[in-house]
Write a protein that binds this ligand. Structure first.
Ligand code: FAD
Length: 320
């Protein structure tokens, strides 16, 4: 049975939300294949308290401690994980899809000469064979990667691809003070926080997705009102983001976010594969589009053919 080791990211004393993407994958893997879920935390003795809340989330928690691991540094982190993995065999090392993961995952795969598979957004077991699912060619093709008898693998998990369902473990905790070389070629000069988005669309239960069919910024209040009435949030296709009507963190699709809400309302969205890649696993999809042949209807559970500028106000009246 493979041990699934989830790399936990933190920054300035805060555990990142993105960790739940990798953790959700790990639980799904465990459900299908057994084995243990472990959390790998790199930190310092002084800071280890901030991880107390994670203690029930895995069968095992590994703390690798050193003052220089208090904050992320590519070389120190790489060295520490290398040291840790040298003692392991038959494992899955799982990262959430973050900038740090892009840095660490391929470097570790090259170091240990094991495969790395990025952007995983699905996992299936068919006739006892495991398949990892991801998009290829910018989202044009959804492919299943069948696992052979690889002993170890490194994976990165797409944001929002797996639903987080809390599990309770009584974790075994292993703490180790490690010594690491302090020579480095990279100096971290500072950290610039990206503009904070007001909402995390990957966590929303109801999403009103708007596309170019909304036509004009003056139609935004109408859809904002619909979002409010349905206790949902607004998200958009790329043209809407490019036009600056919604912020970048609200883009759904292959170059935006993957969402899985209970309800995805697609308003004036054609259903290009790059968009569909990010929302097709929503529990319920309702589309409004004036073109009866719009591809969005092929992934929708309910479709309304018509002009959204007439249908949305009528709907708002009904919801009144
Ligand atoms: P359109 O395709 O222009 O569709 C507008 C729709 O609105 C039409 O179907 C039309 O019938 C309908 N409509 C018009 N007026 C009305 C009305 N009054 N009432 C009702 N319906 C109306 N796109 C994304 O969304 N997310 C991504 O992450 C993404 N990544 C990309 C990555 C790459 C590398 C590339 C090349 C493209 C990417 N795209 C992405 C762009 C994608 O290919 C499409 O161009 C985009 O999704 C189209 O957006 P849309 O559906 O809003 O616009």
């Amino acid at each position: 049975m493979k041990e699934v080791i989830v790399f936990i990211e933190h920054r300035f004393g805060e555990i990142l939300e993105s960790n739940f993407d990798a953790l959700s994958f790990a639980y799904r893997w465990q459900e299908l294949n057994g084995g243990e879920v472990s959390l790998l935390i790199l930190t310092s003795e002084e800071k280890k308290e901030i991880f107390n809340n994670l203690k029930g989330l895995g069968n095992k928690i590994y703390f690798l401690k050193n003052k220089i691991l208090e904050e992320y540094h590519p070389e120190f982190y790489l060295n520490a994980i290398k040291m840790f993995l040298k003692r392991k065999e038959d494992y899955l090392l799982v990262f959430s899809q973050t900038a740090n993961a892009y840095e660490l995952a391929p470097s570790l795969a090259a170091e240990f000469f094991i495969p790395v598979i990025t952007n995983i957004n699905g996992l299936e077991k068919i006739d006892d064979k495991i398949y990892l699912i991801r998009y290829f060619y910018g989202g044009k093709i959804c492919g299943k990667i069948g696992l052979l008898d690889e002993k170890s693998l490194i994976l990165t998990i797409q944001s929002g691809a797996f639903k987080f369902e809390k599990q309770e473990f009584s974790a075994l905790i292993e703490e180790e003070e490690i010594s690491l070389p302090i020579e480095k070629n990279t100096e971290i000069l500072g950290y610039e926080k990206a503009e904070a988005g007001e909402v995390d669309i990957t966590q929303a239960a109801v999403i009103i997705g708007i596309g170019r069919g909304i036509k004009d910024q003056k139609n935004l209040p109408m859809v904002e009102e619909l979002a409010k009435k349905l206790n949902g949030v607004l998200a958009g296709s790329r043209p809407v983001i490019d036009a600056g009507w919604l912020s970048k963190d609200r883009q759904v699709g292959s170059s935006g976010k993957t969402v899985k809400p209970k309800l995805y309302f697609a308003l004036g969205i054609s259903g290009a594969f790059q968009h569909v890649a990010g929302m097709k696993n929503s529990d319920l999809i309702i589309a409004i589009n004036k073109d009866e042949n719009a591809p969005i209807f092929s992934v929708s559970h309910y479709g309304v053919i018509g002009d959204l500028t007439k249908i949305v106000p009528a709907l708002l009246k009904k919801l009144q």
